[in-house]
Design a protein. Sequence first.
Length: 211
Amino acid sequence: MRNQLALALGLILITLTSCAYAGQKDDTKPRPQIIQGEVAGQPVFVTIASVGVDRFEIKKMDGSTQTVMVDEHTRYRQGQQDIQLEDLKPGDQVSIRGQANSNKEFVAEAVRRVTADEIQRFQNAGERVFGAIVSIDKNQLKVSNPRQGERIVLVNDQTQFMKDGQPIALKDLKIGDRIFALGKENQGQFLATRVVTGQFRGPGQRRGNQQ
């Protein structure tokens, strides 16, 4: 009788453990995706084609369109300011972070509108170096990419560091991070005025700072 009771308790314990493990697996959420692109190390944003009550259409670099759903949790930003869905209009340049729901609709978690001045600054920022960080030695970053090979990027106290639109410091960068650096070439040395890392790849791809 004792052996039967012990066996029954053991089966119950195994069942409860299995259910708890299955519940943990069900709670695993997919990584957020970002709708944005990159050409020669420079961010390329998508264009809003139309705006509705609970969604908007975007036009991507290849000319295709995509519907992006929004809900009460979607956050809208321009620079350091919060904005609303109603502030968006056709022709605006944006980056979008979100993920697909159970109906396979892409739902935006964050929408960032880029102003014409910001786009102009990107275009006039000068030379660019981009790739994955191979090594960090004091004020020198060695980066590598298939197009440019290995390059040394020098930074100083005036260099700005950004990740996903937020200021960071040199110490926050690590080997393997993908960056693009804006700056000037001088006597064979590239001095960066701005170093950007974070999520700036296309939908469905891994985060920008991963290989």
